[in-house]
Design a protein around this ligand. Structure first.
Ligand code: AGP
Length: 611
């Protein structure tokens, strides 16, 4: 997601825009730019944060009463000066910023190139802008009409703000699938991805809806649908504070990001998974499909939560692709002088794409001839650039130090890669393949269901917040989820917690069990379930407090548990994307009741770029 700001009115536009962009940096910050109407269009943009842009244009003539600004979270085209927004049309007459993904931009780009257009960036935004200019030129129509015609042709999500040097006081805006708020002032209007850029100037706002187009002048706001029918703007008074907006009304970024997961998993699948056609489109993986299929082994390399995603991927890839998979801590892999053979495939998993241990580990492996695939969240990050190919997780900026939405997005991407490779290799029966695609497509709504049925977890946090130790147990696909649940609790609440394979308890750790030890079982219905029930009985017999993540309607586990957290039925391969959610919430609420800084836990950094 990106941050957008616009202003038209009697004030100086630049200070309003730059301050608004700083407030929106939580939405993305890899590059930024402004366009100002000042005797023609003045566009300033660069890679880096808003403050860096600001420093770079000190002394320029920034006088203007109309302008737009953008802070980017790259999806198409890596972070760079030329890919930063605003983009200008071929004629230079138009400038536009965009938040969203135009899914059919490749098709539109081909059409424009055939008409002689050239492009200065790799972005879908520049394609849409020139498509609008081409329609205006071809149909000899108004810019507003050209925008309407163009938006009927595009698929995907967008918010656009558009300036025309020949109509300097007007901003044309439109949205579908990304947020747009218009602030109504006296003889002035403000635009933003949320209300934070305008809150200090006006609390009267209009939330623009999908398929609506706004023509915004200092003293006029016209709202229309794409059928050119006028809509009466519904002006409402905001009573929300600035700090709350950035967190979307949630108390912490971590909670916001946990609740974003239905959307972020959907965004991860969008444009890639087609359960009807039975296709998975991942161009980065496609080009290496042969090498992956024929690899002697796949090595997952990562740290922390990303390493847990790799452990789950080991089970998935071995099940679906019948390829030997190893999972390595990057910090160990980089120093151990591992045996790497040409043709080995390394999958580097990283939210930040900047984790030093993972970066060096793949540099070493690449130098020995391995093929490096990146599963990364930050577009254009070091690990992404070091990789031969890969697939982005499209989870948007993850601000909370504890990784939540990035983790489930990693699982979604890794599952799609395994399904794609297994299908090509013929190691997945067609019926099971189609069933898994259909179930994968349903994961976002199952995550939403899980979140909707999580109200009891806050009370569990109160009940167990004083425990000195926790044990997290699981089997099969849920064993790494147990590790992840334990890590979440440790890093957010500072309570010692250990994840373990449930069957390993009898080899020592069961000595820990007494009436003071909460034992969290990740016990969703799967092929291991009967065994997990026995493990629960072992713990219960020793007075351990059994807390279970269970599949809705699992009476056997419920009977053995002191408390339960419920997820809907799902194939065991996909269940970790659900069973991780209650564990994220349990850690969050315990951290909150203990008064911990859940977004910035002590001793931790969001990205460990040092050894
Ligand atoms: C997870 O909650 C932690 N913040 C940490 O373990 C993190 O997963 C690890 O540092 C790896 O980071 P990366 O995914 O950005 O490479």
């Amino acid at each position: 997601m990106c941050g957008i700001v616009g202003y038209t009115g009697p004030r100086e536009a630049y200070p309003i825009i730059i301050k608004g962009l700083k407030r929106l940096e939580y939405r993305g910050y890899d590059s930024t730019g402004v366009a100002l109407q000042n005797g023609g269009l003045k566009v300033y943009k660069k890679k880096g944060k808003v403050a860096e842009l600001e420093d770079s244009i000190v002394g320029k003539d920034l006088h203007s009463n109309v302008g737009i600004g953008h802070t980017r979270w790259a999806t198409h085209g890596e972070p760079s000066d030329r890919n930063a927004h605003p983009h200008q049309s071929s004629s230079g007459r138009l400038a536009m910023i965009h938040n969203g993904i135009i899914e059919n931009y490749n098709q539109l780009k081909k059409e424009l190139i055939n008409k002689g257009y050239t492009f200065s960036s790799d972005t879908d935004t520049e394609v849409l802008l020139n498509f609008i200019e081409e329609i205006k030129k071809n149909n000899n129509c108004s810019l507003e009409e050209a925008v309407r015609v163009a938006l009927k042709r595009v698929t995907g999500a967008y918010v656009i703000l558009l300036l025309d040097s020949e109509d300097p006081e007007t901003i044309i805006a439109a949205r579908k699938g990304s947020p747009l708020v218009i602030g109504v002032g006296k003889g002035e209007h403000f635009l933003g991805s949320d209300a934070s850029p305008m809150l200090e100037y006006t609390k009267e706002v209009v939330y623009v809806n999908d398929y609506e187009l706004a023509i915004v002048k200092p003293d006029e706001l016209i709202l229309k649908n794409l059928g050119n029918e006028k809509i009466t703007p519904y002006v409402q008074k905001l009573d929300i504070e600035l700090a709350a907006i950035e967190k979307g009304g949630y108390e912490h970024f971590m909670l916001k990001e946990i609740f974003e997961q239905p959307q972020t998993i959907y965004d991860c699948l969008r444009g890639r998974l087609d359960a009807t056609e039975g296709t998975i489109t991942m161009s980065g993986i496609q080009q290496y499909a042969e090498q992956i299929m024929n690899a002697n082994r796949i090595v997952m390399v990562a740290c922390g939560t990303s390493w847990h995603a790799g452990l789950i991927a080991e089970y998935i890839f071995e099940e679906l692709c019948r390829i030997n998979v190893e999972v390595e801590y990057a910090s160990e892999f980089r120093y151990r002088n591992p045996v790497i053979n040409k043709g080995d495939v390394i999958i580097a998993i990283s939210q930040s794409g900047e984790t030093a241990d993972t970066l060096v580990a793949i540099e070493n492996a690449k130098a020995k001839g391995a093929i490096i695939l990146g599963v990364v969240n930050v577009v254009g990050s070091s690990i992404a650039r070091m990789s031969h190919a890969g697939a982005y997780t499209h989870a948007g900026p993850e601000i909370g130090v504890a990784s939540t939405k990035a983790f489930t997005a990693q699982l979604a991407v890794l599952t799609m890669i395994a399904l794609k490779i297994g299908y090509i290799k013929g190691t997945i029966p067609h019926k099971r393949y189609m069933h898994l695609l259909k179930e994968l497509q349903e994961v976002p709504e199952k995550v939403a269901w899980t979140l909707k049925h999580s109200d009891n977890i806050r009370a569990l946090a109160e009940k167990y917040k004083d425990a000195r130790d926790f044990l997290y147990l699981g089997r099969g696909y849920n064993f790494p989820v147990a590790l992840e649940g334990a890590l979440k609790l440790k890093e957010i609440s500072y309570i010692h917690a250990e994840g373990y394979p449930a069957a390993e308890m009898k080899h020592g750790p069961i000595a820990l069990v007494d009436e003071n030890l909460p034992v969290v079982f990740v016990a969703t219905k799967d092929s291991y379930h009967e065994k997990v029930i026995s493990n629960m009985q072992e713990i219960k017999a020793r007075k351990g407090k059994v807390i279970s993540v269970i599949t809705e309607g699992d009476d056997a586990s419920t009977a053995l548990s002191e408390d339960v957290m419920i997820v809907p039925e799902a194939d065991e391969i996909l269940a970790p994307m659900l069973s991780a959610i209650p564990l994220q919430l349990l850690a969050y609420y315990i951290g909150v009741v203990k008064g911990c800084d859940v977004d910035k836990p002590r001793n931790l950094a969001k990205s460990v770029t040092v050894e």
